[in-house]
Design a protein around this ligand. Sequence first.
Ligand code: ADP
Ligand code: MG
Length: 694
Amino acid sequence: MAQSSVQVWEDFFKRYYWENILELAKNYPEKRTLNIQYPDFEKFDMELARELLEHPDHVLKDANDSLSAIDLPADVVFINTHVRIIKLPERIQIRELRSSDINKFIAVSGLIRKATEVRPKIINAAFKCRHCGVVTLVLQTEGKFIEPFICENDECGRKGQFKLVHEESEFIDAQKLRIQESPDDLRGGEQPQTLDVDVDDDLAGIVSPGDRVVISGILRSYQRTTQQGKSTFFDLVLDGVSIEIEDKEFEDIEISKEDIEEILSLGKDTKVYEKIIYSIAPSIYGYEEVKEAMALQLFSGIPKNLPDGARIRGDIHVLLVGDPGVAKSQLLRYAVKLAPRGIYTSGKSSTSAGLTATAVKDEFGEGRWTLEAGALVLADMGLACVDELDKMEADDRSSMHEAMEQQTISIAKAGILATLKSRCALLGAANPKFGRFDRYEPIAKQINMPPALLSRFDLIFILTDEPMVSRDTAIAEHILKAHYAGELAARRDNVIDSGISAEEITTAMEVIQPVIESEMLRKYIAYTKRKIFPIIQDDARKQLIDFYLGLRKQGEDPNSPVPVTARQLEALIRLAEASARVRLSSVITTEDTGRVVRIVMASLKQVMTDPETGKLDSDIINVGMGKSQRVKVKTLKEIIRELQEEYKSAVPLEEIISKAEESGIKKDTVEDMIQKLKQVGEILEASNNKFRVI
Ligand code: ADP
Ligand code: MG
């Protein structure tokens, strides 16, 4: 007779996992899991391993029974241990789950999108008969709570009533998760699909939203109920057996020997920067500087862990601000395609979890609190492209600072204390508040974002749409060429005997063809992030310091605005690291720092020039007001103070305006400044349109 399955498991455990079992015995009952690698078991008994995939319920039960019954040398008895199978041979895409997978043992991979609190679940309920006092035990295997039908005591046999006895019932920890397809598995803007997972005991509470995991389990189906009663449709839930957390970057990108050869030769190419720039959104004309910055962002600086436990981010944050219709959204969409683990979302229309994360009590948690990951958490170790960033929710706005600098998101709400990771680069796009960008106004005033947040971007670019004949012609020709190529291809695909040859299309497509194929570029980026960790050379360091000090120096003169803060120095370093990575260099040379100084100057000039003096002034970003404006604020406050003395009370607005105009401050500016000062509590509106300085 063939061996029983319990016997097979026992042989297997003793032969291949004895060490692990002894280890488990040492730590039992704090540890209750024995992880078994599927390939090991498959080698041992192929037939039973197949059976495990097809009919997991009884095979797993036998495995667990066998483990519980095993003779241990120590004085330990395994009562509630779990055999958890990891490394299943195949992972099924969530979108490809079908009814034939129901009740099978499967593995899915993805991101944890939501996780409820860990709460006890009753698994064996003890009911005391109110009449005779005898206790009846009822196993709770279904989702809903089952009460005994009649009292177990034959002499009583009544149908109730029963009282639940907590002390004699058995509870375990339980948690509900929602796993979402990983962005790596999605092609071109598909919406990710999700699957709910139930986990219990020591599997509960080990993952957080944003974690990348492989979950193995038994796929169950539950009948839907509608208001009309039971439906013929069923929902899928994975009954979790094991969770593997993946924490490596780009694990999933495979780079072959031939790929490496190609990467190395590209790295030596003196034109590698141009080639990369022309491989980013080739259908978009121009914007070489922006594309160069995007390239550096994709390659990223080096994250550093300091001995005091602090971590300095290596990710480079870039913001594109600009008029409508200047291809901001298109650039973002392209970046997602190139970035390993890229996520595209809009500040306005993103999910309930927004950009960062939220804690909510919803029907998913069945009354428990649920923590849901937003875009920046889901993009952990990748690139988050957030369009219409200026339209983000107020909640997000406050957690964005932490998310961008510390790259974590802390949630403290209703007893949930959690810190989620958001180690991603942010590529944001924002539209000016008043529709069009006004180059004579400071940027903080024109986009609806607090200055403290703006200062966390390493680079900010302003894309304006000013008519300029030569450029307009070039863009128009470029767009028309792209459309023409598309028209040719569409005709050839749809019309028989179109008379259009494949060569003709290739030639037409040339203008919009990336120099380096996206697939190759992704591999190139992944390779550098794995292998290239450049170190700065002395002369390059000196160049960065000189550049930084030179800018700071402008601030020494009491009449000149402070041009740059230490944040910009950090940005310079990160960008230089990225630049060295692009050419696979192990050292950062003046070639890199020179490039970076050029890009940063281009960005600073656009963003930090005080519109009234033409000088660089980082306060425009950092505090939302340039120096010349601060002088005006001071003057204005003095004017109000003087008038206040005169009036012996609050001053009417018209008075302030007319006095201020004498000092050369325009009416609009006065009204604007008064509103701002009121917001920050420096002046008070005593009564309608009468003001007082505090
Ligand atoms: P935005 O997000 O800035 O409002 P979009 O990304 O939606 O703008 O772009 C609007 C359209 O204009 C897109 O179809 C884009 O291809 C086109 N476009 C704008 N500027 C350029 C350019 N420089 N080269 C090619 N196409 C452009
Ligand atoms: Mg747009």
